[in-house]
Design a protein around this ligand. Sequence first.
Ligand SMILES: [Zn+2]
Length: 317
Amino acid sequence: MPAPPDLDPPPRLGYTASRIDRAAALRGDDAALQKFGADARAGVYLFAGELVVLKASSEQCDPLFSAAAARSFGTVTESVFLGLADDAPRFGFNLEPQALEPLQTRNDLKITDLRGVAVHGLVAAEHLPPLAEAKALLGWHIRHRFCPNCGAATVAAHAGWRRDCPSCKAEHFPRTDPVVIMLAIAGERAVLGRARRFAPTMWSCLAGFIEPGESIEEGVRREVHEEVGIRCGRVRYFASQPWPFPASIMIGCHAEALSDTIVIDREELEDARWFERDELALMLKRQHPHKLTTPPPVAIAYHIIRKFVEDGGDAVG
Ligand SMILES: [Zn+2]
């Protein structure tokens, strides 16, 4: 067994390790919510659809606004209560799309997408989980304006954690879509693939949505077989990551590959191949001779690949 490669200490996985107390018991408490809204320590994470608004800085940007400042930028179409950060109330607001244009010309604001915020470390790490919480929840409101039961317009309720139908009285709750993301491994090798949208040198784990009536393990085996034609046996859960693009949770796993021949589904992937553990170590360290890389450390794929580089076949038990 080769010695594990010398990697730096593991970086933090993006959007995880939230310090927010969601205070779910208070979501129906109008008096408490009113008090939180008026609290001088209250802070608002501000979105306009897919984009997040930050206070610009040459160092790290500040993503928190006062409610009054956030409302001064334009009409707030959705507001949600995210919870308490060391007792300070945190909210998420969504601005109407037409509010963006005048804001984009201001040099005291930075308007960008949340992936870039995480990849480039634009805000302190503690802000990424509540930003993910806000984006996933606000996006759910934007996409669920009508009752799936009867078609009537629904209204936000319970501090933004429910939508109620005034017509048929159905209550609708925010959803999270499970995605399996996995590394199929055999001895000292593992399979990575490339989607067309990737940067030309980036390779990553295979991934796909879990289907109704499917276990995590079954989803892993089906996705690997569909995308690269490889049969898998054992599946071991590794870690998970909220992925608010728009509302997923990535469920990271390692899988034992039982076959060797790759048959690529060209609809899903541009390419896929086996990588030796040593080559993956160079990709993690950004030292590959052909500049091939894994995804960045904010993404769970980096950590799934790293676990295999460090533990080899033990990653799948
Ligand atoms: Zn209804």
